[in-house]
Design a protein around this ligand. Structure first.
Ligand code: ZN
Ligand code: ZN
Length: 276
């Protein structure tokens, strides 16, 4: 995780042959700096994959894509939303896919699925490469059956623990409609809601959970970790590796699984994507 929180989100998913940026919600300068910490230059990226068009997921993209002409992978409505607001109207390097489709970027298979959130066509991902599977869901009001099914197949999960319900209710700065939006079925997962989703995955392959997208004012890393570890302890599952991703720092590098080493013939499915 290059950074995660209500003010900006971006992650690097990589194999020996493939480097994908998932969302670009930090400034371009921060993205470049944090990639550098991971020994990756922007030129080495195979593309940027987008969950949805909210600012905290895309704000560095305009500058980054102007400088480096990176392919942007997203669904049609998200691309239209980004072009309509003038942000990426000059960007030409689009790879448009349909929500629900599955495709490969080099040796990473990307499964996409819709998530309930107040954006035009928000999605989550399950990445598979070799023996490893990574689930990636931020910005969702609740987990549908389909989401749970997809996430049952992964060993590592990145999931949002957006807010503590009490802190949100007591928050003096947010007007009531905003609080309602956050808590709605198209808003964000609270710590306890995320804990229940994780509980549903315990019969699957899950081994490691990374919590992220914490609200700056209505959550703390301690509250999120406590809520999730308490629910795991209740289920007798204390062997799950639990981490928290923060806004200001890069997370440790998580090794998700093994891929075959040696030469790789890219099976890049250009024909799969529409370009504009
Ligand atoms: Zn967000
Ligand atoms: Zn959002």
């Amino acid at each position: 995780m290059l950074g995660s929180g209500s003010a900006g989100n971006s992650a690097l998913v990589a194999t020996d042959h493939c480097k994908i940026l998932v969302d670009g919600g930090l400034s371009a300068r921060q993205l470049v700096l944090r990639l550098e910490h991971c020994s990756v230059t922007p030129e080495q990226l195979d593309g940027v994959l987008l969950t949805h068009e909210h600012t905290d997921h895309i704000c560095g993209l305009e500058v980054l894509s102007r400088k480096f002409d990176l392919p942007i992978y997203c669904n049609r409505l998200t691309a239209d939303a980004l072009r309509c607001n003038g942000l990426l109207d000059r960007h030409r390097n689009w790879r448009i896919f349909e929500t629900g489709s599955e495709f490969s970027i080099c040796n990473i298979t990307v499964q996409t699925f819709p998530v309930p959130h107040d954006a035009v066509d928000p999605i989550g991902f399950a990445f598979h490469a070799g023996s490893g599977g990574l689930g990636f869901v931020t910005d969702l009001g609740y987990a549908t059956k389909m989401i749970v099914e997809r996430l049952r197949q992964v060993q590592t999960l990145m999931i949002e623990t957006n807010h503590d319900e009490k802190l949100l209710q007591n928050d003096m700065h947010r007007p009531w409609p905003v609080k309602q939006r956050i808590q709605s079925r198209h808003g964000h997962l609270s710590n306890t809601a995320a804990a229940s989703v994780i509980e549903e995955l315990l019969s699957g392959k899950i081994e490691r959970v990374v919590l992220g997208h914490l609200s700056r004012d209505c959550n703390t890393p301690e509250l999120a970790l406590t809520a999730v570890s308490a629910s795991l302890a209740k289920r007798g599952k204390i062997d799950i590796d639990l981490h928290i991703a923060t806004q200001s720092e890069i997370s440790p590098r998580f090794r998700i699984g093994d891929t075959e080493s040696g030469p790789f013939q890219p099976t890049f499915e250009n024909a799969f994507f529409q370009t504009t």
